[in-house]
Write a protein that binds this ligand. Structure first.
Ligand code: ARG
Length: 581
C-alpha cells in the first residue's frame, strides 16, 4: 500500500506543481469511497478556488497519469479519492506480505533517525507500582515499533536508585538488622522503609541521620555503598520477573546513580556559565517553559550540598546526548511529572544545549479501577502484583468456563495448558487495555470487560490469531505451496477477500501513525479492524474446498498473510500469542 501512496503523492505533486507529501493522503473513513483521499482545502485556499472545483480538476488530470489497471480516481466534494484495483491490491499487497513474512512493514534497520526511548524507570527498594507498568508498556511498544520502522533505537531504564531515601533505608537496615532474615527480599525493604517513616514521627533525629547517611553515600563511603548495592540487586531481581512477564528489554539500565560522578562537574559548569544562583540556601537555575512562561526555579543542589532528582536528569540528558546521540529523545513518564520535565528542559536550554528541542515528555495517565476492592485505593499506589493476581484469577475462571462448555472433546484444552494460556490471556488483556487507551488519558480498568473474548479486547485478537494458526495446521504443510501473484489475482475475487487484503495493506501506515502521534492506540484500533475483516472473510468464504484445490490454496495464503500481520502486530505491542485458546 505504501508504494502506491508514494506514487500517488508523486504524481499529485507533478500535477499540482507543488509538493504533496505521502502523509497528506488520508484514509477515507468510509472505505467504500476508496483507499486514499487527498483533501483539497488547503491548496484551494492558496489558489483561491472552491475546493470541489479544484478536486474535480485534479481528479481529471490525475486520471490521465495513473495506470488505469492499478488505480481509479474520482472526486467527491472537496476530496480526490483514489481506489486501487483488485489487481493492484492482490499483486501489490498480498503477494509482498507472503514473501516478506515478519519483515513486512519494516524498513532497513538504522535507515531512519536515532531515537532514544526512556521508560519504566521504577524505584529501587519500592514495589513496582501500576503507575510504572503504564510507562513500561507504552514505552516498550513504541520503541519496538520504531525499531521495526527503521529508526536507530536505544532504550534506557532510568531506575530510581539514588537519593535521600537510600540514606534512610541504610539507617533502617541497621536499626532493624536483628529482626531481618539474612536473605532479604524486596518486600523486606519496602516494609522497613514504611516502618522507619512511622518511627520518624516520634523520632525526628532519623530524618537528619538519613540525610547524613545519603551524604556519606554520595561521598563514596564503602559501607554505605555496600548497603546501597545490596538494595539495588534485590530490587533488580524482582523487576526482572516483571520484565520477563511483559516481554520487555532495555539496551541500558542506566539508573540515576549511573550519572553520579557527573553531578559535581555539572554543578561547576553551571556555576561557570553563571546560571546557578542561590535561592533560600539552595542552588537553583531560573527557567522558563518552551513557550517562554516563567516556571518555578529548578533546584539542582540542596543546601547540604547533595544532588536531587532534577540534577541527575540534567546530567543524564547531557550524557545521552554526548555518548549515544539522538535526533529525538522521548521520556515516557507519568503526566504528574510534567513540570519536572519542563524544568529540566529549561535548564538544558539555559545551558545553551540547543539539542534540547529534540527532547519530549510522553506523559501517561493513571489507572483507575472499577473493581470494588481496588477502587477504594489510590490508583498510583496499587502494586502490579495485586493487578496481576486480579487478572489471573479472572482469566483462569474464564478459560475454565470455556473449556467445560466446549462440546467437541478434541477442542478441549488439557488441564496443564490452561494455566499457561490463562497467563498469556491475562497479560495480553492488560497490555491491550493499556495500549488501546490514549496514553495521556486515565485508564478505566474494568477486569470483566477487559478479560473477555468479546468486544475490543486483547483476547479477541489473540483468539483470531490462534484461529489462523489452527486453519493452517489443519490444512497440513502448506510451506512451499504459496500461489504466485497471477493465481492469487485470478482466484481472489470475493469482496470480503479484497477488503481483508486492503486492510492488511494498511499495516505500515498504522505503524507510522502510532509513532507520529506517540499513541499505540492507533495500532490496537488497526488490529481490531483487521480482526473484524478477517472474521467476516472467515464467515463468508469457505477456506477448505476439497473440490477446488486452487481456491483452497489462495484462501490459505490469505489466512497466512493475516496470521503474519496479526502476529507481528501482537509482537510489536508486547502481547503474547497463545497457540490455542
Ligand atoms: N523513578 C521515577 C518515578 O518513579 C521515574 C523516572 C522518570 N524518568 C526520569 N528521567 N526522570 O517517579
Amino acid at each position: 500500500m505504501e508504494k502506491f501512496k508514494f506514487e500517488i503523492a508523486k504524481l499529485l505533486s507533478e500535477t499540482l506543481e507543488t509538493t504533496v507529501a505521502p502523509l497528506e493522503l488520508e484514509t477515507p473513513k468510509d472505505r467504500a469511497l476508496g483507499d486514499f483521499a487527498f483533501p483539497c482545502f488547503k491548496l484551494a485556499k492558496t489558489l483561491r478556488k472552491a475546493p470541489p472545483v479544484l478536486a474535480q480538476e485534479t481528479a481529471d488530470k490525475l486520471a490521465t497519469r495513473l495506470d488505469p489497471s492499478l488505480y481509479s480516481v474520482k472526486p467527491a466534494g472537496p476530496y480526490v479519492n483514489v481506489t486501487l484495483t483488485r489487481k493492484a491490491v492482490v499483486a501489490g499487497v498480498l503477494d509482498p506480505i507472503l514473501k516478506e513474512g515478519r519483515q513486512t512493514g519494516s524498513a532497513p534497520e538504522g535507515s531512519k533517525e536515532r531515537w532514544v526511548f526512556e521508560f519504566s524507570s521504577p524505584n529501587v527498594a519500592k514495589p513496582f507500582q501500576i503507575y510504572h507498568l503504564r510507562t513500561t508498556i507504552v514505552g516498550a511498544s513504541l520503541s519496538r515499533i520504531a525499531r521495526h520502522r527503521g529508526y536507530k533505537v536505544t532504550t534506557i531504564n532510568h531506575l530510581g536508585d539514588w537519593g535521600t531515601q537510600y540514606g534512610k533505608l541504610a539507617i533502617a537496615l541497621k536499626r532493624y538488622e536483628k529482626e531481618l532474615p539474612t536473605e532479604l527480599t524486596l518486600k523486606n525493604l519496602v516494609d522497613i522503609y514504611v516502618r522507619i517513616h512511622k518511627d520518624m514521627e516520634t523520632d525526628p533525629s532519623i530524618e537528619k541521620d538519613g540525610q547524613a547517611a545519603f551524604k556519606r553515600l554520595e561521598q563514596g563511603d564503602p559501607e554505605m555503598r555496600a548497603i546501597w548495592k545490596k538494595c539495588v540487586d534485590i530490587s533488580l531481581k524482582e523487576f526482572a520477573k516483571t520484565y520477563q512477564r511483559y516481554q520487555v528489554e532495555f539496551d541500558h539500565y542506566w539508573g540515576e546513580s549511573f550519572y553520579e560522578n557527573q553531578l559535581k562537574p555539572l554543578i561547576s559548569d553551571l556555576k561557570q556559565k553563571g546560571i546557578l544562583v542561590e535561592d533560600q540556601g539552595a542552588q537553583v537555575v531560573r527557567v522558563t517553559s518552551r513557550d517562554g512562561q516563567e516556571l518555578p526555579p529548578c533546584i539542582l543542589e540542596k543546601s547540604d550540598g547533595t544532588s536531587i532528582y532534577a540534577t541527575r536528569d540534567v546530567a543524564a540528558a547531557v550524557y545521552r546526548h554526548d555518548n549515544v546521540g539522538f535526533d529525538r529523545m522521548s521520556y515516557v513518564v507519568g503526566k504528574e511529572q510534567k513540570l519536572h520535565f519542563e524544568q529540566v528542559f529549561g535548564v538544558l536550554r539555559a545551558m545553551g544545549c540547543d539539542w534540547e528541542r529534540a527532547c519530549e515528555h510522553i506523559a501517561t495517565g493513571l489507572y483507575r479501577f472499577k473493581d470494588a476492592k481496588m477502587s477504594t485505593r489510590k490508583g498510583n499506589f496499587i502494586t502490579l502484583e495485586e493487578v496481576n493476581e486480579l487478572c489471573m484469577a479472572k482469566s483462569l475462571a474464564l478459560m475454565n468456563e470455556r473449556n467445560v462448555a466446549q462440546e467437541d472433546p478434541e477442542l478441549r484444552l488439557p488441564e496443564t495448558d490452561i494455566k499457561t494460556i490463562a497467563e498469556q490471556v491475562a497479560v495480553g488483556a492488560l497490555v491491550f487495555a493499556d495500549l488501546s487507551t490514549d496514553p495521556t488519558r486515565d485508564l478505566e480498568f474494568d477486569v470483566d470487560r477487559v478479560i473477555s473474548f468479546e468486544g475490543e479486547t486483547g483476547p479477541y485478537i489473540q483468539y483470531a490469531h490462534t484461529r489462523c494458526l489452527s486453519i493452517i495446521k489443519k490444512a497440513g504443510n502448506i510451506a512451499g505451496t504459496e500461489p504466485d501473484a497471477g493465481l492469487l489475482e485470478a482466484r481472489l475475487t470475493a469482496p470480503e477477500e479484497i477488503l481483508l487484503i486492503r486492510t492488511l495493506g494498511r499495516f505500515p501506515e498504522a505503524l507510522d501513525r502510532t509513532l507520529d502521534q506517540r499513541k499505540p492506540s492507533q495500532l490496537t484500533t488497526y488490529l481490531i479492524d483487521l480482526t473484524r475483516d478477517f472474521g467476516q472473510f472467515y464467515r463468508e468464504c469457505k477456506v477448505m474446498n476439497p473440490e477446488d484445490p486452487e481456491l483452497t490454496r489462495v484462501r490459505l495464503a490469505l489466512v497466512d498473510a493475516t496470521r503474519i500481520v496479526l502476529g507481528l502486530g501482537l509482537d510489536l505491542l508486547g502481547i503474547p500469542k497463545p497457540e490455542r485458546m
